[in-house]
Design a protein around this ligand. Structure first.
Ligand code: DAH
Length: 348
């Protein structure tokens, strides 16, 4: 086969190969095959040196033409492949901006937190400052200073958790506070009178059933000033009941007994279902909110407050109970509030 025929054959083979190329990698393989040092074209070029001058001029020119043709075919294909890639990109990676987005789930505060903030707000507007006294407490503040001595049967009312820690000669054992009344004497000890305290905190008792959780919350209000009377107590509750439960709700005070208050009351609110008429839920038209009373002079003295000069009122209510009694909320088992089931929590 003549030199030119060989060139022709090479050229034809290149054209066939190029037609099958569909990507940059394949093109690179072809470049090595047709333009590399070990390519057929180079083999042919090497023959030139054995030719006569005339032959070489003619054959060299023909070989160069083929080489240029192959090179420009490569350039063209490279450009072509890049254009095709960009074109596909536009369809393959297209984003349909008219599609509706996927909304991330939005959470909200736990119903207990919401209630704490709400109750805190209602009393803040009456001048009460939110505080938190210890959850891990001495018997002294949880019981003794509240006139509940070590052997007093009233201690059994609070099913107390005890901390496994050394006892103090004066302050007794450490407990998980079973009520927020522990903050009353602590607050008085700060010596800053008058006092308008709202102690909202976690409290603990060994009870677990549909209406009790072992860890719950109470809010304790304490008002100490000159000339504080039961009228103030009643006014506070009326205000709170209407703010938190609704303008149509009434309250009533029922005489009761607590060691640390004299007189003592249980505070009832008119039933949200029958509005005081009496129904299956409430029986006599009223439901119990919590305890209250005028602080016993000995409790004031335990906190360093002169009972001749100052009067004090206090009230302590269960937060979960208060929340579940709000109109429209019919929580059949209080424990669901803390079982972390979103299906329950997202309803409130
Ligand atoms: N601490 C009491 C309890 O948990 C509730 C209570 C009753 C608090 C009367 C008071 C009060 O401040 O005056 O059972």
């Amino acid at each position: 086969m003549s030199f030119k025929d060989e060139l022709q054959k090479l050229r034809a083979s290149f054209d066939t190969d190029l037609a099958t190329v569909s990507g940059d990698d394949e093109l690179e393989v072809l470049r090595v095959k047709y333009l590399g040092r070990k390519s057929g074209l180079q083999d042919l070029m090497r023959l030139l040196k054995d030719m006569t001058n005339d032959e070489r001029k003619d054959a060299g020119q023909a070989a160069n033409e083929v080489k240029k043709a192959i090179e420009s075919a490569f350039d063209l294909t490279t450009t072509e492949l890049e254009r095709a890639r960009l074109e596909n990109l536009a369809t393959e990676e297209a984003i349909d901006i008219s599609l509706p987005g996927i909304a991330p789930p939005v959470g909200h505060l736990h119903m207990t937190t919401t209630a704490i903030r709400e109750i805190e707000g209602i009393f803040a507007r009456l001048g009460f400052t939110r505080v938190r006294h210890p959850e891990v407490e001495w018997e002294w503040y949880a019981f003794e200073t509240l006139r509940v001595g070590p052997d007093h049967p009233a201690r059994d009312n609070w099913e107390t958790f005890f901390i496994d820690a050394p006892a103090d000669d004066k302050k007794g054992k450490m407990v998980l506070t079973p009520h927020t009344t522990n903050g009353d004497v602590r607050e008085m000890e700060r010596g800053d009178l008058p006092i308008r305290m709202m102690n909202i905190n976690k409290t603990y008792r060994r009870q677990s059933d549909v209406s009790h959780v072992p860890m719950f919350h109470q809010f304790e209000g304490l008002l100490i000033d000159e000339g504080v009377t039961i009228t103030d107590l009643k006014g506070l509750f009326e205000h709170f009941a209407k703010e938190y439960f609704g303008a149509d709700r009434e309250i009533r005070l029922r005489p009761h007994h607590f060691r640390f208050t004299e007189p003592s009351f249980e505070v009832d609110i008119s039933c949200g279902l029958c509005h005081g008429k009496g129904c299956r839920m409430c029986k006599d038209g009223w439901v119990e909110l919590g305890g209250a009373g005028m602080l016993h002079p000995d409790v004031l003295k335990a906190g360093g407050v002169d009972p001749e000069k100052y009067g004090g009122l206090a009230f302590g209510w269960g937060l979960e109970r208060t929340v579940s009694m709000r109109a429209g909320l019919n929580i059949s088992d209080l424990r669901t509030m803390y079982s972390n089931d979103v299906r329950f929590l997202q309803q409130f």
